[in-house]
Design a protein around this ligand. Structure first.
Ligand code: ADP
Length: 483
């Protein structure tokens, strides 16, 4: 990899302000999914090292929370500036370990950095309240205070942004954080630790521990010093972590799986709907928790939409994300490819039809053709399960009421999208969708200024926006008597 600043490619963990190897000396290889080549190694750490990171965070906490909001803000703003100044290198590291096209990786770095900018500002707006007192001799107040040592467990699909969305509000609130990145994509996290160091984040306030998910996760969830865990990943693991946090009653935030409906009504602008579907479905090779998973198209425009979508999919360029013009990189690994294959086979075995794609790409490795299937019904796996890949299944529906019922017929509730022009319908459908986020005539909705999060089994809490810092704060009620 050709980096302007090779010292960003860190291959040790950052704990208590020091770069360290695992006690055992064991390492994990990080490979490039587009080529199978080795990108680097990271330490395979476990419980002991995690405990040390937690204890260092506990030690660092008093001084960090004692800083004024403006002092913390200045450090976070500097980290934002450093991420942007190193955007090209950070994006190159991200694409090398994750596979997404370089332009998407650059976009992710800008998005990731924006959380430091946003929460550098929000740090200064952690307001308490004065409450009208029911007693003449007493005055009542609330104070908002940092919750304490926090932990984050993050996934591989957004190796940079899923960390900053948690670390920025934590640090802004005055909480240290111990981070365990996904083992497929730890280098982006370690590069960020290097920049946190340069920005002047004190030792112990921001640590990154790579290695065994079970051991590190086990310590982060069991250790009573950790007061809050924030996790982004599958519902299955989220459920396990939530249970593991129960004995020590930790506060938790969970961003889990989605099964996003993408609805195209008869009155939609079909070209806009196709553009939204391409962005929502095929971005990051379909590997985002807000990717459209089920495309519901009203009967009157079903064939026209399918034809336009097929034409647009035909223009996607598959390849190594480092190459110019590539719009879809490889999937993260073969297991991910197999899940897409399983869903396609299930559709075809139950009467669905292949319109575009359908198989592994000629480039080999974990490349997969962007795919569209038609004639999809509610009996098929894609109706219930998240595919997490470049497969667009087109379901046909007749009425607004029917599609709302079908869209909500899932245990998930993260993002939903629909395209329509009628204003009454836009309001009705927006209100009826049981989702944490709704895109009306929009396929891309994520921004640091708006709350990201799900309902039902898609999670707990909100990240980003003015709400995002609340998860890292406790409300203290103060009653002042003897007035
Ligand atoms: P994905 O499908 O995105 O890989 P996972 O939920 O499996 O989702 O993983 C998300 C993150 O959770 C990763 O950092 C992974 O290493 C971590 N993880 C997986 N299993 C566990 C576990 N048992 N305890 C703690 N962390 C885990």
């Amino acid at each position: 990899m050709n980096l302007k600043d090779p010292s960003l490619l860190r291959q040790q963990c950052y704990i208590a302000g020091q770069w360290l190897d695992a006690d055992s000396g064991e390492r994990i290889a990080v490979t490039n999914p587009a080529t199978g080549e080795l990108v680097g190694h990271v330490p395979k750490m476990g419980r002991q090292e995690t405990r040390r990171a937690i204890e260092a965070a506990e030690q660092a906490w008093p001084a960090w929370k004692a800083k004024t909001a403006k002092e913390r803000s200045t450090v976070l703003r500097k980290l934002f500036d450093l991420m942007l100044a190193n955007q090209d290198d950070l994006a190159a590291i991200l694409t090398a370990e994750q596979g997404k096209p370089l332009t998407e990786a650059k976009g992710e770095i800008a998005y990731a950095a924006s959380f430091f900018e946003w929460f550098a500002e929000e740090a200064k707006r952690v307001y308490g309240e004065t409450i009208p007192s029911p007693w003449a001799d007493k005055r009542l107040f609330t104070l908002k205070q940092p919750i304490g040592v926090t932990a984050a467990v993050t996934p591989w699909n957004f190796p940079s942004a899923m960390i900053t969305r948690k670390a920025a509000p934590a640090l802004a609130a005055g909480c240290p954080m111990v981070i365990k990145p996904a083992s497929q994509t730890p280098l982006s996290a370690l590069a960020m630790a290097e920049l946190a160091h340069r920005a002047g984040v004190p030792a112990g306030v921001f640590s990154v521990v790579t290695g065994s998910a079970k051991e590190i996760g086990g310590e982060l969830t069991a250790n009573p010093i950790v007061r809050k865990l924030s996790f982004t990943g599958s519902t299955e693991i989220g459920r396990e972590l939530m249970a593991a946090c129960a004995p020590t009653i930790k506060k938790i935030s969970l961003e889990l799986g989605g099964n996003a409906p993408f609805i195209v009504f008869d009155d939609a602008d079909l070209d806009a709907a196709v553009e939204g579907a391409i962005a929502s479905k095929y971005r990051n090779a379909g590997q985002t928790c807000v990717c459209a998973n089920r495309l519901y198209v009203q009967a009157g425009v079903y064939d026209a939409f399918a034809a336009k979508l097929a034409e647009a999919v035909g223009k996607l360029k598959i390849g190594n994300g480092m190459e110019a013009g590539v719009t879809q990189g490889p999937m993260i690994d073969i297991k991910a490819v197999e899940k897409v294959e399983e869903h396609i086979a299930d559709v075809l075995s139950k009467g669905g039809k292949l319109l575009v794609g359908g198989k592994r790409h000629a480039l080999g490795h974990s490349f997969f053709e962007p795919t569209i299937v038609t004639g999809v019904t509610r009996e098929m796996k894609v109706a219930r399960e998240e595919t997490f890949g470049p497969l667009a299944p087109l379901f046909k529906f007749e009425t607004e009421q029917e599609v709302i019922e079908r869209a909500n017929d899932t245990e998930f509730g993260l993002a939903a999208y629909f395209y329509a022009k009628d204003m009454g319908r836009i309001w009705r459908v927006s209100e009826a969708l049981e989702y944490g986020m709704v895109g009306a005539n929009a396929g891309l909705i994520s921004t640091e200024v708006a709350p990201f999060g799900g309902v039902k089994q898609s999670g707990l809490g909100r990240e980003g926006s003015r709400h995002g810092i609340e998860d890292y704060l406790e409300v203290k009620y103060l009653c002042l008597a003897g007035i």
